[in-house]
Write a protein that binds this ligand. Structure first.
Ligand code: G6P
Length: 609
């Protein structure tokens, strides 16, 4: 959470920082700020509560602030409410150091007490201010040495950008458990939390590892370890299409990303299908190792956890290995039964989610093999896993995930088929059928997307709903969780997802005349069962939207309204049924006038516990 950028070069820094922050707003957007140094004007700090546009307006898009070196920040508040004062950059008592920070300093109170005891005055409630104050406190003329001393005192996570008035041509940066990259330009260099922030300026980057300290000037980038020794870094060239991180004529990133799903699926599936076989070059698991797996544990947060729920049903059914899916924040603190006979599958779009990363480390400590499904190449989770399968979804900007979720599902299917085949659990006919379904999936998603107008129409009738329930069984239950989350995160409508058979054990008491219930009924063998649940809620006054496959027209006699999706094998049905749910959430939020790409209180990359 929080996005940071830094620039040192010959051009005016402020417009560059603001443009970079615009691309990082998905990481947090409750306030923003810049610190820019100019020989004449000195260190200028400009901050504003609210979205970045407030700051941009205040600074006339940066034209008002001189200087060719600076740092910027867009915030997702942890310590201290969103306010001008708590916004970053935070500055030391005598104005020598300015710092931007992403992460949490866990021992900041102890450090603050120490500094207060030395007579240092604090102005904000942030943990970050402690870093700026400590830098000034330990500074004896050498910024690198002061930084090392401070880092030795810090507990927690950080990506930092630092400038000092004594060295107006130098920008310093360092990370631990929070992402940070270095952008390498000609006569200019950059730091950023993520690639899109610098993509319009350079495509050559360094990915930093924990506690590598970078000193950037206009013409040089030095990466040093904590002892001051130089580290040779490998230059990574980013070959994304710049448009991938732009809205490209769409009103919202979320809608663009929904529409990009067929392509994202093609890019994820096609390279892994060769001559009718799934080829997972990315993983090194041998048949012997697979035969020794006694348990699979899928760990993730948010929508990625919902992928984990689908994975539980799918992997168990195909491999007959017991599978557990758990949210990472729970797994990491419960002394889990994980050992070397456990395969831990970690799912994460960003590859930086703090709880997921911590759960991965816990699993590795206990001897498990870790296979991760990640979208961001070179991210921490990808780096620390034994095997990584990348979802080639491209950059996902909207906070509410759509195309990353869909590609994660596709990877889960491929892993399930691959493992089941290695274990000899699939007949040649079954295998072939799965491959055909995988091949057709992108096209079928395209087909499902064509129905968007009918969903838009339905959304126009229900965008004022107070409560919406999603019910389903088995894979449809896993999908209900995602449909419900999508809706509540962007439209702020209260919603719950329930295993359809469980509703009558309490929650059915909430159904009133007109309450909308979305019933997912895509599993043939459970169609009649879910129709019974539909009858139960209708008998209590619910208005029911049914989502099913095209041949189940019988749903019309039970539900009040129906969406049909194309049919695939049972296992892959969630990939098609999720489309109307994503579109429904999107249209409802649009009709309510919500800020779809940046919903309140949320952030896309959650790098705090
Ligand atoms: C945030 C995002 C969700 C995402 C979750 C996990 O809450 O808003 O869309 O599913 O984090 O993120 P990850 O990057 O690990 O998939």
């Amino acid at each position: 959470m929080c996005g940071i950028v830094g620039y040192v070069g010959f051009d005016p820094a402020t417009p560059i920082l603001l443009k970079g922050l615009e691309k990082l707003e998905y990481r947090g957007y409750d306030s923003a700020g810049v610190a820019v140094y100019d020989e004449k004007d000195g260190l200028r700090i400009e901050k504003a509560k609210g979205k970045l546009r407030v700051l941009c307006e205040k600074l006339h898009d940066g034209k008002d602030v001189n200087g060719t070196i600076g740092i910027g920040h867009t915030r997702w508040a942890t310590h201290g409410a969103p306010s001008d004062i708590n916004s970053h950059p935070q500055v030391s008592d005598h104005g020598k150091f300015a710092v931007v920070h992403n992460g949490i300093i866990e021992n900041y109170l102890t450090l603050k007490e120490f500094l207060l005891g030395k007579g240092i005055t604090f102005v904000s409630e942030t943990d970050t201010e402690v870093i700026a104050q400590l830098l000034e406190y330990y500074y004896e003329g050498n910024i690198f040495s002061a930084l090392v001393k401070v880092l030795q005192k810090l507990e927690g996570s950080y990506a930092l950008g630092v400038i000092c008035t004594d060295a107006p041509n130098e920008l310093y940066a360092v990370r631990k458990d929070s992402p940070l990259i270095v952008g390498l330009g000609k006569g200019e260099n950059f730091i950023a939390s993520d690639v899109p922030a610098i993509l319009s300026k350079t495509r050559d980057i360094y990915r930093l590892k924990d506690q590598e300290i970078v000193k950037l000037t206009r013409n040089q980038v030095e990466v040093l370890n904590m002892d001051g020794a130089r580290i040779e870094k490998e230059k990574v060239h980013i070959d994304w299409d710049v448009n991938a991180a732009e809205k490209g004529g769409y009103e919202h990133f979320m809608f663009k990303e929904i529409m990009e799903q067929p392509k994202a699926l093609r890019d994820t599936i096609s390279p892994r299908l060769r001559d009718g076989r799934i080829v997972l070059d990315d993983i090194t698991l041998t048949r012997e190792q697979v035969e020794k797996i006694r348990r699979i544990c899928v760990v993730a947060c948010g929508s990625a956890y919902h992928v984990g729920m689908v994975a539980k049903y799918t992997l168990e059914k195909l491999t007959r290995i017991p599978v557990e899916a758990e949210v990472a924040s729970e797994l990491r603190y419960r002394d889990p039964i994980i050992d070397k006979s456990t395969l831990v599958i970690v799912v994460s779009q960003s590859g930086e989610t703090a709880d997921t990363l911590a759960a991965l480390r816990e699993a590795k400590k206990r001897g498990a093999r870790v296979l991760s499904i990640v979208n961001v190449v070179g991210s921490s989770i990808a780096n620390e896993s034994d095997d990584v399968i990348y979802t080639w979804a491209g950059p996902e900007i909207a906070v509410a995930t759509t195309k990353a979720y869909s590609t994660q599902l596709a990877v889960v299917y491929m892993i399930a088929i691959y493992l089941a085949d290695l274990l000899g659990k699939l007949s040649p006919e079954e295998y072939e059928n799965y491959i055909q379904c995988l091949q057709k999936l992108p096209e079928q998603v395209e087909d499902a997307l064509k129905d968007k107008e009918s969903i838009q129409y339905f959304a126009s009738k229900y965008f004022n709903a107070k409560d919406i329930f999603f019910i389903g069984r088995n894979l449809d239950y896993a999908l209900s969780m995602e449909g419900s989350l999508k809706l509540k995160e962007i439209s702020y409508i209260h919603s719950e997802a329930y295993a359809a058979g469980e509703l009558k054990h309490g929650t059915i008491s909430l159904i009133e005349n007109g309450t909308l219930v979305v019933a997912l009924a895509t599993i043939d063998s459970l169609f009649e069962k879910i129709m019974s649940n539909v009858k139960e809620v209708k008998a209590r006054g619910a208005y029911v939207l049914g989502v099913t496959t095209r041949e189940h027209t019988a749903i019309q006699s039970e539900a009040d309204y129906a969406f049909y999706v194309p049919k695939t094998c049972e296992m892959m049905q969630p990939s098609l049924a999720v489309i109307p749910l994503q579109l429904f959430a999107y249209y409802v939020a649009a009709m309510k006038g919500c800020d779809i790409d940046k919903p309140r209180n949320l952030a896309k990359s959650v790098t705090v516990e």
